[in-house]
Ligand binder design. Structure first.
Ligand code: ATP
Length: 271
């Protein structure tokens, strides 16, 4: 059951080139995670400790998991992912044991990157969540913090966490020696959206009338994940029409479909 709760990849196939926008964030992640793994001497020479844990925060589907995977790819590290919600267990001590297993596994598979998604599930302020008032959830969090205190950062293990609910977090986890490097991952701006669209259409044959910048202009508020679905939907419209080339009308139809599906109370897709 324990192994099932974790997602392990020897070397994830995501690279920085697969991520649209987020240049500044990628630079920060590289400095905080990649440099300490690839070039620990630089930190020793300068006489500083690298950050202990990195916290990525921002809306859903903006590329947080992709960034963690891309660092693992670049550093040839094993990527070990665990969702915070999986650490909330029924039986006493079970969450804490999963945390111990997580760090043990990472030590066996060094170099390794531990990625804890939805960290808010175990690290919410007591006032914000029912579960965080739970003594068992508190114990799980304490176990995580003690593992972080205990591990020698010069060992080849890095820890990255992510949350969509930064406001909800118990500030105790952000202290020095814990998640002490915060990186905000925002919704993409128009340039970011254009880049993300070109990434997700790079294997598609686009009709010359497709203007990705115009589409980026029409998709304010879309996340990377939503732009990816837009590209996929457009391809589906082309297939339905018996074409292999994807045209402007397909993107328009896909956009309409997505907007329709999104607005509550309207009938769902009727193509
Ligand atoms: P969550 O908070 O919901 O876990 P996340 O921020 O971790 O979301 P990802 O899992 O990294 O989001 O992104 C989901 C998918 O959306 C990716 O697999 C990718 O296809 C697409 N995507 C998201 N952001 C980007 C981006 N910046 N560039 C390219 N693709 C992106």
């Amino acid at each position: 059951a324990r192994a099932q709760a974790m997602e392990i990849a020897e070397k994830p196939d995501v690279t920085y080139a697969d991520i649209g926008g987020l240049e500044a964030q990628i630079t920060e992640v590289r400095e905080a995670v990649e440099d300490p793994l690839l070039n620990p001497e630089a930190f020793e020479k300068v006489g500083i400790d690298p950050p202990t844990g990195v916290l990525l925060h921002g809306p859903p589907g903006t590329g947080k998991t992709m960034m963690a995977k891309a660092v693992a790819n670049r550093t040839d590290a094993t990527f070990i992912k665990m969702a915070g919600s999986e650490l909330v267990q029924k039986f006493i001590g079970e969450g804490a044991r999963l945390v111990r297993d997580l760090f043990e596994l990472a030590a066996e598979r060094e170099p390794a990157i531990i990625f804890i998604d939805e960290i808010d599930a175990i690290a919410a302020k007591r006032t914000e969540s029912k579960t965080s008032g739970d003594a068992e959830v508190q114990r799980t969090m304490m176990q995580l913090l003690s593992e972080m205190d205990g591990f020698d950062r010069r060992g080849d293990i890095s820890i990255i966490a992510a949350t969509n609910r930064f406001d909800m977090l118990d500030r105790a986890i952000l202290r020095p020696g814990r998640f002490d490097r915060l990186i905000e991952v925002p919704e993409p701006d128009i340039e970011g959206r254009t880049q993300i669209l070109s990434i997700h259409t790079r294997r598609m044959q686009l009709d010359p009338d497709v203007d990705l910048e115009r589409i980026a202009g029409d998709t304010e508020g879309f996340s990377g994940a939503e732009l990816e679905s837009l590209a996929t939907e457009s391809g589906m419209f082309a297939i339905r029409d018996g074409r292999t080339e994807v045209a402007r009308e397909d993107f328009d139809a896909a956009l309409q479909k997505i907007e329709r599906d999104d607005s509550p109370g309207t009938p769902v897709a009727f193509y």
